[in-house]
Write a protein that binds this ligand. Structure first.
Ligand code: PEP
Ligand code: MN
Length: 622
């Protein structure tokens, strides 16, 4: 049962209640839910709810329904996030876990780790105790392997995950690794589950070779019942009658789990398929199906691997896969952040210091707000600003460390005001992010489509939903300055038959319902946001730069600059001109190029460009 405590319950009363439930033989777990303490009392079906309701400090007793208790959504409605060193699994960032099947040597582990890190992995995997089908196969380096993993963490900053195969390894695991994997073969080794439940380290729980989702979740329940709620589920394929792949990847487990549990879900396409060429397609599909991350076997020399070579990717293949995931993730509302590890591994602000502040336009539920949340991934504070200029001001005067501004939309084009502000302020573009813009028709819960008479939204949102709105010519359309103001109006000044167009998040934050989902005319509706700051937060080589320049007024002037790009094999991604204020018919050119403008190779082309232009500014490399 779930025991909701009174808001003003004293600490003493709470402890007495916990002790009493414990004495009655219950497993007792406590959680804070919107400022109120709730206690799960489990394991005693015969406990009388009336008796518990009468205890001191109790506000309400709610029976727990279904088999799943602590892993279930009734106990924990929100998605949970699992912290592995500096990395969070769950939420809006895709976590890439990569590394060899087994640790074979320091050189093999370090070489592979550096490669996968370079391509976007944030957690390193590698087995030290290998559960092999044959006793004559390589069994792993055991403690030596764990030491190598700890060294990889020291040298790369990546937290490490490895498999535990016996409770005897518990102390070693505690000493050397950041996350403990329970392998498919041990999913129902209940003593092992209880052991990792008590270890106080995050757990990656793989699905058993022939286990149902229910059995799998009950295994997770064992870990949570011991007091460890840091559990990530890993789908790794199940045994079916199909011999073309090593196992059959059950992708439908992802949406099934989403409904049943709050725990994050990652997918291991390597053991699921057993074949290198099948790994990337299934990994892409897993992200499209909503996985929070991937665990992929990568080896620096797979042909010589001591285990699972045929399913291990070459590092470059992993790199290509990461690039695909970078593109796919925004379609399902997530991001792959290639700088995540570096950002996460930076020292936290000391106690008492303010965490980083990110300024954005509008209010919670605005697309800028969603983009900022995705960029920060849960770290840092958000500061709303009323205009784009106010965002630039906040960053320039140090009130915010970064600002998040939209620069262009795939359907409606550039946001010119921000181009002009980039020129005016001495700030840098330090990152970018693509957000898919999905619009919904939003109204008070219970409203039916037939009842709608008037729709509020921003001009841009109306334009983007034109085809849908044209189907209802009798609706009165009223524009306001932002989609979030439209949704807020529904709650603050409701009118009969009123609806708004906006994001799912805006609807949620105002307690409104989605009446029609995905009503934008073109689903390829993405906005590119850039992150502005005083300086870049990471040192990694940058792939892209934005520059702005003007040329002298003579034939071929622009061509001469373009020729420098061509001669140096620099790919031009975008070129746009903007009028120069106060100089009629003169233009600034904004260019995005595929190059790191601060790299030594770029010095010479840059000098040449400087000679051919009368103004040049590097807006940033990222
Ligand atoms: C592994 O991850 O190396 C492994 C042995 O996986 P599974 O338990 O899924 O077979
Ligand atoms: Mn393996």
């Amino acid at each position: 049962m779930i025991v909701v405590l009174q808001k003003d319950v004293t600490e003493d009363a709470k402890q007495r209640l916990r002790a009493e439930l414990y004495q009655k033989g219950c497993v007792v777990r406590e959680m804070d839910s919107a400022g109120q303490t709730v206690i799960a009392a489990l394991g005693r079906g015969d406990l009388d709810p009336k008796q518990v309701a009468a205890m001191e400090g109790v506000a309400e007793v709610v029976p727990m329904e279904g088999k799943f208790k602590l892993v279930g959504r009734q106990w924990h409605p929100q998605d949970s996030q699992v912290q592995v060193g500096p990395i969070t699994i769950g939420g809006q960032r895709i976590a890439l876990i990569a590394g060899p099947c087994a640790i074979e040597s320091l050189a093999q582990a370090l070489t592979t780790a550096r490669e996968v890190k370079r391509y976007g992995a944030v957690i390193f995997r590698g087995g030290a105790f290998k559960p092999r089908t044959s006793p004559y196969s390589f069994q792993g380096l055991e403690e030596e392997g764990l030491k190598i993993l700890a060294q990889v963490r020291r040298e790369t900053g990546m937290p490490v995950v490895t498999e535990i195969t016996s409770i005897n390894q518990a102390e070693l695991m505690k000493e050397y690794v950041d996350m403990i994997q329970v392998g498919a073969r041990n999913m129902q080794n209940f003593e092992l589950l209880k052991c990792v439940g008590r270890l106080g380290k995050p757990v990656l729980l793989k699905r058993g070779l022939a286990s149902t989702i229910e059995e799998w979740l009950m295994s997770a329940e064992y870990i949570l019942a011991e007091g460890n709620d840091q559990v990530v589920l890993c789908e790794r394929g199940i045994r079916t009658y199909e011999p073309y792949t090593r196992n059959t990847l059950d992708l439908s487990a992802i949406p099934v789990l989403r409904k049943l549990t709050h725990l994050p879900v990652v997918v291991d396409p390597s053991h699921a398929t057993g074949l290198r060429e099948k790994v990337a397609p299934m990994a892409r599909a897993a992200v499209a199906a909503g996985a929070d991350g991937l665990m992929v076997e990568v080896h620096c020399d797979p042909d010589k691997a001591l285990s699972d070579g045929p399913q291990s990717l070459y590092p470059e293949q992993f790199g290509q896969l990461a690039r695909d995931i970078y593109v796919i993730a925004p379609v399902v509302g997530k991001q792959l952040d290639f700088e995540y590890l570096e950002k996460a591994a930076r020292p936290r602000p000391s106690a008492g210091a303010q965490p980083a502040v990110a300024a954005y336009l509008g209010e919670p539920g605005s697309f800028s707000h969603i983009a900022t949340c995705q960029y920060l991934g849960g770290d840092g504070l958000l500061a709303s600003r009323p205009s784009f200029r106010a965002i630039f001001e906040a960053v320039a005067n140090g009130k915010a460390q970064v600002g998040v501004i939209p620069l262009e939309n795939t359907l409606t084009g550039s946001i010119h005001e921000n181009y002009d502000l980039l020129l005016e302020y001495d700030l840098k573009i330090v990152g970018e992010l693509y957000l898919r813009i999905i619009h919904h028709l939003i109204a008070a819960p219970g409203t039916r489509l037939e009842e709608i008479r008037r729709v509020w939204s921003s001009e841009a949102a109306m334009q983007q939903c034109r085809a849908f709105l044209d189907r209802y010519p009798s609706w009165e359309l009223s524009t306001v300055n932002a989609t979030t103001s439209a949704v807020r109006r529904l709650r603050e000044e409701p009118g009969p038959g009123w609806a708004a167009i906006g994001s799912r998040e805006a609807a949620q934050s105002h307690g409104m319902a989605l009446i029609a989902e995905g009503i934008e005319t073109n689903p390829r509706n993405f906005t590119r946001f850039v992150i502005i700051g005083k300086q870049s937060v990471t040192d990694r080589p940058k792939q892209k730069s934005s520059i702005v320049f003007s040329t002298v007024h003579r034939p071929g002037a622009l061509f001469e600059v373009m020729k420098i790009f061509a001669d140096n094999h620099i790919n031009l991604l975008k070129l746009e001109s903007r009028p120069i204020h106060g100089q009629p018919w003169q233009y600034m050119f904004y260019a995005d190029i595929e190059a790191d403008a601060h790299a030594p190779e770029f010095r010479e082309p840059l000098e040449n460009i400087t000679r051919k232009t009368d103004y040049l500014k590097i807006l940033g490399s990222y």
